[in-house]
Design a binder for this molecule. Structure first.
Ligand code: MTE
Ligand code: HPA
Ligand code: MOS
Length: 749
């Protein structure tokens, strides 16, 4: 079925933050960000700004009634800068005015004197200087140092991996208003309503029960609103609290690009060792995560890099270390894959480099090392229901990889200045928040007297279709038509203590909580039905809005049953709580069973290179993906397509450029290029791997949001392969993104 938001989106009726009808007297806020990346604030002069007509107030750190602290994992981030600034765009003041225009105009009139300090933007330099956000962490298995001597091939190299701007269509924003008695209601474009509630409470010095956060939907989040929506919501709430008026704060695109963190760039060094039969015997890597000026989610992202640093492979001897480095860039944050793509990029780079050195295709090495049943991950979990080889085999068969490779070779022999390339990306992505405690959710279900059903969960709709999936879960499990089910906004007064909708777990966690709530309601309803039909309730179920007895429809309809249950004073409301069973992780040993299950797949990307210009087209993407038993194939396919294009963009066109002073140069859509419909692959063919799906996935339908992003990695290596076809002496340089400019350099290296 189609996403329930489809019609609303195309007719423009869907409500986003900026569409919420405002209360009369609403004021508007604009953020004053630091002009420099590192320095001391000598003076903040607001006189001129305050003189502008319509300006109500300029708020600085001294106006904060609670704590000037928004750091979630590490307490290292102010809401408004105090005496130092650590990145360009760092919020220093908030201007409140009667119109949005005046607020922005006045923001430019706030004069700030700085004493500039030397910024650090390179994570390796930060590490040298001892600038770390948290202590380094290492995962290991076996002992690489003991086995290097058994390796026939040993390859060392380095990677330089770029970041990525989220470019959600809806920028960061919030609308906050005082209700009464200090109570503040906040509409926020956030993936984490509880994070917003907690941050607002902290900044205002109020208990959490005086802050209500409500979210209808986001115009995209992609991780960028897991943590970073909180600060902007806190500014709006602070302004509302101080003025006693409703305040709206929506970042202009330019401010959003400059002020918010992005995907983490990583630098790193690796060594890989293989036997004569291409088995990877050992892998060692040290990575430098460019965390930006504050920890934000970097520690958790570092953790997922560690978890995914061996990709879809079994490697018996590993040692992986990540340093989370503090630099003078905006605090980098969650972005689809959450550090996983960066970890996988490194192992795929090592394989590509080994293949080049040995003189085989990377595909031979990939194939020889794919995970098998019961293989151990370096974090101690045993691989179960492994579909890595099945996906690889099905992809080879269905897409006839042998012939595809041959036809590309043929093309390359017959064309001098146009070359094609192909690469394969095997995928294995762990599902669950790596922080075990976050793997919990709640769902609140009301059945009204007329038989209509209201569902509230902790899940945030951000375009990924989680609301549709929740409505499907309710309709399937209650046995009623989906039109009876209303999925409400995500609201902290209806569903408390939510984990952010992230880690691709939104549908699993909230859907399972919903399943639990519905099971309890259904049990009570069937007891009523059993009384009415004078039979035992275990003979009964509900299908097609009808009570079914031993497989035969009865005359008792859903509506009637609900009405009777209400008259019998049966509770028609239920709150379901779900906590993922089985998972645990022991950080002292860096071992455990952190993931409910893994998502597998194989992606193949082909490209064509213009060897005169260095430009390229992404031709075809072929995927065999392990959806489990997909509850909504249409939505899931949409997630695959979007994620693949986003993944390709990350490693090809999307280049973040900072000047040596740490100022973002690629701060608009004319200088930061994202894939458009012309750049998108000519075709994306995705075949589902036939499986039943794991029990811990919602209705056995596997998590889909992030995993297919990683197929984009194949585009990067496909381009390299095309470069090698033109310039056989080219030695792969592991710098990303592989922009046309870089490609041109490599072609004539
Ligand atoms: N799809 C759309 N359209 N918009 C988004 O912002 N975010 C992605 C993914 N797919 C995103 C998206 C990210 S980063 C995650 S973690 C998941 O959706 C979150 O939703 P889920 O847990 O319901 O899959
Ligand atoms: N994934 C995504 N977001 C998160 C995670 C994770 O594992 N942990 C904390 N936030
Ligand atoms: Mo997604 S990066 O876990 O929001």
């Amino acid at each position: 079925m189609k996403n329930i938001d489809t019609i609303g989106h195309v007719t423009g009726k869907s409500v986003y933050l900026d569409d919420i009808p405002t209360i009369s007297g609403t004021l508007h806020a604009a953020v004053v960000g630091s002009a420099i990346a590192h320095g001391k604030i000598l003076k903040v002069d607001t006189t001129e700004a305050l003189r502008l007509d319509g300006v109500v107030k300029v708020i600085t750190c001294t106006d904060i009634p609670g704590e000037n602290q928004i750091g979630g994992i590490v307490e290292d981030e102010t809401l408004l800068a105090e005496d130092e600034v650590h990145y360009q765009g760092q919020p220093i003041a908030v201007v409140i005015a009667k119109t949005e225009r005046d607020a922005h105009k006045a923001a430019k009139m706030v004069r700030i004197d700085y004493q500039e300090l030397e910024p650090v933007t390179d994570p390796r330099i930060a590490k040298e200087k001892g600038l770390l956000l948290i202590p380094p962490r290492s995962f290991s298995m076996g002992n690489p140092s003991e086995v290097w001597s058994h390796c026939k091939y040993i390859v060392d190299d380095s990677i330089e991996l770029g970041g990525q701007e989220h470019l959600y269509i809806e920028t960061q924003g919030a609308y906050a208003y005082p209700v009464e008695g200090g109570y503040i209601k906040v509409h926020s474009s956030t993936q984490g309503p509880t994070a917003v509630q907690k941050t607002v409470a902290r900044v205002l010095g109020l208990p959490m029960n005086l802050i209500e956060v409500d979210v209808v939907r986001l115009g995209g989040g992609f991780g960028g609103k897991e943590d970073q929506a909180s600060g902007f919501a806190a500014m709006a709430a602070l302004a509302a609290h101080i003025t006693g008026k409703p305040v709206k704060l929506v970042l202009p695109r330019h401010d959003d690009m400059r002020m918010t963190g992005k995907r983490h760039p990583y630098s790193g060094d690796f060594r890989i060792g293989l036997t004569a039969d291409l088995k990877i015997l050992a892998f060692e890597t040290t990575l430098y995560q460019n965390g930006g000026a504050a920890a934000d989610l970097s520690p958790a992202i570092m953790e997922r890099t560690l978890f995914h640093s061996t990709g879809s492979y079994y490697i018996p001897n590993t040692r992986v270390t990540v340093y989370s480095c503090k630099t003078n860039l905006p605090p980098n944050t969650a972005f689809r894959g959450f550090g996983g793509p960066q970890g996988m990029f490194v192992i795929e780079s090592a394989i590509a480099k080994a293949a080049e050195t040995i003189g085989v295709s990377a595909i031979e090495i990939q194939k020889a090392n794919l995970l098998k049943e019961n293989d151990e991950f370096q974090y101690g979990q045993k691989a179960e229901n492994v579909n890595a080889r099945k996906c690889f085999a099905l992809a080879s068969e269905k897409f006839d990889l042998e012939n595809l490779r041959k036809s590309i070779e043929n093309y390359n022999q017959n064309n001098k200045y146009s070359k094609r390339g192909l690469a394969v990306m095997p995928l294995c992505f762990g599902i669950s928040f790596t922080n075990t405690a976050m793997n919990q959710a709640r769902a609140l279900v009301h059945i009204y007297q007329d038989g209509s059903v209201s569902v509230s969960t902790g899940a945030i709709e951000m375009g990924q279709g989680v609301n549709t999936k929740m409505a499907q879960v309710a309709s399937i499990l209650l046995g009623i038509d989906i039109s009876r089910v209303k999925i409400h906004s995500t609201n902290t007064t209806r569903v408390a203590n939510t984990s952010p909708t992230a880690a691709s777990s939104g549908a699993d966690l909230n859907g399972n909580a919903l399943r639990i709530a519905i099971a309890a309601l259904k049990k009570r309803l069937l007891k009523v039905a059993a009384e009415l039909l004078e039979c035992s309730d275990d003979e009964l179920t509900i299908e097609n809005e009808t009570v079914i007895r031993n497989g035969e429809p009865t005359a008792l309809k859903w509506n009637e049953l609900v009405k009777k249950a209400h008259l019998k004073r049966v509770a028609l409301t239920e709150n379901g709580h779900y906590a993922t069973p089985v998972i645990y992780f022991d950080k002292t040993k860096e071992k455990g069973h952190p993931f409910a299950y893994h998502v597998y797949g194989t992606g193949v990307v082909t490209v064509t290179l213009d060897c005169i210009r260095g430009t390229y087209t992404i031709d075809d993407v072929y995927i065999v993906h392990d959806f489990g038993n997909s509850i909504n194939p249409l939505i899931d396919l949409g997630q695959v397509e979007g994620a693949v294009v986003q993944g390709i963009g990350w490693l090809t066109l999307e280049e973040l450029a900072f000047d040596p002073k740490g100022r973002l140069l690629s701060n608009s859509l004319s200088t930061y290029k994202v894939p458009d419909i012309h750049f998108a692959p000519k075709s994306i063919q995705c075949i589902p791997l036939p499986t039943n799906g794991p029990e811990l996935a919602v209705l056995r339908s596997k998590a889909i949001g992030e995993p297919p992003f990683m197929y984009g990695i194949a585009a990067y290596f496909a381009i390299h392969n095309a470069i090698k076809a033109f310039n056989p002496s080219y030695s792969i340089k592991l710098t990303a993104p592989l922009t046309p400019e870089r490609v041109l350099m490599h072609l004539y290296q």
